[in-house]
Design a protein around this ligand. Structure first.
Ligand SMILES: [Zn+2]
Length: 587
């Protein structure tokens, strides 16, 4: 782990756990600590706590806890060395050349670095085309028509892929071996001829960045009538469609600030909304949201307004996305824009025609998803029993996906009212749906820690933190074995060993080697409000332990006496008993 003087140790000294955790969890200052909703278990009230002073985190709900590296390892599911690098990167600490790793890993890393570099090159090339060529001028005129001026083109890195078919290929060929070019997804290989050519031709290019702002793919729109209208990068080692949200890298701050996200379908919509001054917008870049995208978004907010296209595909995508977001416990609203003239309006068109102000107003009034869905259901034929049944069947799955039981039953009642359902069968179906769902994940009772006595808690805290005399406490306890037999014995043993050892004491390190229950007690003690310790208090705590030790011994002796052992043994026990009683009476 983080050995003294190692790179990991240096990173740990410099890193700020609040900042790192803040990239994944929305934290709020509560007293001297920060708290938020735990990323490791489902919860509605924050029990996840981060201490900037101790540089540790702990969840009072599920019991996960540790230092900044433990957090990143857990949340990113990455091994220790990877977590150290991640933390270093986030904190702007220069990373030394990585130690030799397995040849495959090294090859993969090199490949990823190469692909990122090729995307940077491609971006520079496309950007040059749109401003510097005759074809680019046509592309700009087209964008101008859609309300995208030069400033916006620059701001969003919009570019142009020329029509001649190998313009980018010629550029990339000068720097990279031919055989790696198709791996980038920027260059394709003819199936029969084996000849290489540009994947994107005569298209406007939109760079797609991952959440750290590195370009990993392009989304491209045909300039003319070429099909398909939209053509994106294929999946590559650096790009997976379901792992990227367009504009997230630029939306992060606004998402945290506003605590909600506007989810749109395509990059043109995202750009239109962002240009209107609403930066907390992301695009799924596809007709439906994928689970990894939702997980990604949940690092920044758990409230979403879906604003997809009003066409049939958009409606279906809205419904699928609602279902997925509900499963991840999101608060979901849906904005269905009214038509502009006789045209169904996507965000891009709507903002162009009606202006940003009107859009913002509608956004504010966007109804909760259930109202949207009920609205959809009400458009079905509700005059017949069959029609009503269809409407209920349309709504049931959503009701079942609401994780919260009370909410679920509230919505069931509301749906019954709105659809004017009085047939008992349909009501019963809704009520059943409302009940059938595991209620919120509860913390298993056996995992809830045993309450350690205040004296023990105090001593544990001092052993971990009272630098002036923690070694003395450890030595005393070690000599007298006063912690033996306590429920917290294992925590004490670990802390004593650490205090009497040579390396600096690290609570998270000790915690890592304890069993679940003990680990929880240790973390809880570390997060307790506590006054500055002093030596007198330490002594009186140890004295209390001595007393309890004597009491325990006395109880043991008494039990042995009652077992009525043979004469000599009994005499010894009686003597011991008297000694213990004298000791206890002296206090
Ligand atoms: Zn938790």
């Amino acid at each position: 782990m983080a050995e003294a003087g190692s790179f990991a140790d240096r990173v740990k000294q410099q890193a700020d756990i609040v900042r790192v955790v803040g990239d994944y969890v929305r934290l709020k200052k509560t007293g001297k600590d920060f708290s938020g909703l735990c990323p490791f278990h489902q919860e509605k009230t924050p029990s996840f706590t981060v201490s900037p002073v101790k540089q540790i985190f702990y969840c009072f709900g599920c019991g996960k806890g540790g230092d900044v590296f433990n957090f990143v390892m857990e949340v990113e599911k990455s091994p220790f060395p990877e977590a150290v690098r991640t933390v270093a990167e986030k904190c702007g600490i220069a990373i030394p050349r990585p130690k030799e790793r397995s040849p495959e890993e090294r090859k993969e890393n090199q490949q990823r670095a190469l692909l990122l570099e090729m995307h940077r090159e491609a971006q520079a090339f496309f950007a040059k085309q749109i401003f510097g060529t005759a074809e680019g001028k046509v592309a700009r005129a087209y964008l101008e028509d859609r309300g995208i001026d030069n400033k916006t083109i620059e701001r969003f890195g919009i570019g142009y892929a020329p029509s001649d078919g190998d313009a980018l290929l010629r550029v990339l060929k000068q720097k990279y071996p031919e055989k790696v070019l198709p791996e980038s997804g920027l260059i394709s290989r003819g199936e029969e001829s084996g000849r290489l050519f540009d994947r994107f031709r005569r298209r406007i290019t939109f760079p797609i960045a991952n959440d750290s702002g590195k370009i990993v793919a392009f989304g491209c729109r045909a300039l003319g009538d070429e099909q398909p209208k939209y053509l994106n990068s294929p999946e590559t080692p650096i790009y997976s469609k379901s792992n990227v949200l367009y504009h997230l890298d630029r939306a992060k701050e606004a998402l945290r600030r506003s605590d909600f996200a506007i989810l749109v379908e395509g990059y043109m919509d995202a750009i239109a909304v962002a240009r209107a001054g609403i930066s907390n917008v992301v695009a799924s870049c596809g007709t439906s949201l994928a689970e990894p995208q939702i997980k990604l978004l949940s690092r920044f907010t758990k409230r979403v307004i879906i604003n997809y296209d009003p066409d049939t595909a958009g409606q279906a995508a809205t419904e699928r996305s609602v279902a997925l977001l509900l499963e991840q416990d999101f608060e979901v609203r849906v904005l269905a824009l009214p038509p502009v003239g006789d045209k169904k309006a996507d965000p891009d068109l709507f903002i162009r025609e009606r202006g940003a102000e009107e859009y913002t107003r509608l956004l504010k009034d966007a109804p909760p998803y259930v109202d949207y869905l009920i609205g959809r259901a009400r458009k079905m034929d509700l005059t017949t029993g069959d029609g009503k049944r269809r409407a209920v069947n349309f709504l049931l799955p959503y009701v079942q996906k609401i994780p919260n039981a009370i909410l679920r039953s509230e919505w069931a009642t509301r749906i019954a009212q709105q659809l004017r359902l009085d047939e008992p069968v349909l009501r019963a179906a809704l009520t059943k749906a409302a009940k059938e769902r595991r209620s919120e994940v509860k913390v298993q009772p056996e995992l809830v820690s045993r309450p350690a006595k205040p004296v023990e808690r105090r001593l544990i805290r001092m052993l971990a933190e009272a630098d002036q005399f923690r070694r003395e406490i450890a030595q005393l306890l070690q000599n007298e074995n006063a912690h033996r037999g306590l429920e917290t014995e294992h925590i004490f043993s670990a802390l004593i060993a650490a205090n009497l050892g040579d390396s600096p004491i690290q609570a998270t390190e000790i915690a890592a080697h304890l069993e679940e229950q003990d680990r929880r007690v240790l973390f809880e003690v570390l997060f307790e409000e506590a006054a500055e310790p002093n030596w007198e208090e330490a002594q009186s705590c140890i004295e209390a332990l001595r007393q309890r030790q004597a009491e325990r011994e006395l109880a043991d002796v008494q039990r042995s006496i009652e077992a009525n052992p043979p004469g000599p043994e009994l005499r010894g026990l009686l003597e011991k008993k008297q000694g213990l009683m004298r000791r206890l009476a002296a206090r």
